[in-house]
Design a protein around this ligand. Structure first.
Ligand code: 5HY
Length: 249
């Protein structure tokens, strides 16, 4: 099976690290196609970036699904590799296969590993959106979201001090909040999970890996998004201006 992993920001080096983590987690025989849009924000930190990352994400999913179908190897499903689960609902409307966001996947996974868990994300400005996602996923009473005050792209720079700040915030989540496991609140942290789990002696969940396993499971069960209700394919209509090309057919 082939799984599409979309990093909704435009930073190719981050997409490469996300793709490597996804391949690490994938079962033998699962191919990972890791991509990012050519348009949109270099990183997603807050509501404005999140809103303007959606068109690029949807364009990538629609195009890649079409190309795969034409090649006779339809995609088994799609992972949205941004912890804000950017454009998840809209993506489920246009995608043929199941679509899993890394935040939902990580929170559901952590909920199986202990009573409570801590989410450690990048900047404080990202926290309100993640608290809303925890509410939506029914996890608000089981997790606390904290920020390590690290810009997303600082995770790529070993001299930035990002890892030290992340480790310090994980320690606070365990000691002060009593978290029983940790969820890494950014796709750019995907390759850190195993080492941090060993260091802190608790499960550390990376959403990219968790989402790949969920898509594999859904595909193996032959399950896809229901098109009966809110995720029905968008109705054909005219779109004007620079979004004219997004008009549903
Ligand atoms: C992410 N931003 O996973 C989120 C994390 C955040 O570009 N990839 C991003 O800070 O919201």
């Amino acid at each position: 099976m082939e799984i599409l992993v979309v990093n909704p920001n435009t930073t190719a080096s981050m997409t490469a690290r996300i793709g490597a983590a996804a391949r690490d987690a994938a079962a033998p025989g699962t191919r990972i196609l890791a991509v990012n849009p050519a348009m949109g924000p270099a990183s997603i930190e807050g509501y404005y970036d999140e809103a303007l990352a959606v068109p690029g994400l949807l364009e990538e999913i629609t195009r890649r699904e079409r190309e795969a179908a034409r090649a006779g190897t339809p995609l088994a499903g799609t992972v949205i590799a941004c912890f804000d689960d950017v454009g998840l609902d809209a993506a489920r409307c246009v995608a043929r296969g199941p679509v899993v966001g890394i935040c939902e996947a990580a929170m559901q996974t952590a909920s199986l590993l202990g009573g409570s868990f801590g989410v450690v994300t990048t900047l404080q400005r990202s926290v309100p959106a993640l608290e809303r996602l925890a509410q939506r996923y029914g996890m608000a009473g089981r997790c606390r979201v904290r920020a390590a005050e690290v810009p997303v792209l600082a995770l790529e720079d070993p001299t930035s001090g990002a890892l030290e700040r992340l480790r310090a915030e994980i320690a606070r989540s365990l000691d002060e909040d009593g978290a029983e496991s940790i969820v890494l609140g950014c796709a750019g942290m995907a390759d850190l999970a195993r080492a941090l789990s060993q260091e802190f002696g608790v499960p550390v969940v990376d959403g990219v890996s968790a989402a790949v396993k969920l898509v594999e499971g859904l595909a193996a069960l032959g399950l896809r998004t229901s098109k009966r209700g809110g995720y029905a394919h968008p109705l054909p209509k005219a779109y004007a201006g620079m979004l004219a090309g997004f008009a549903p057919v």
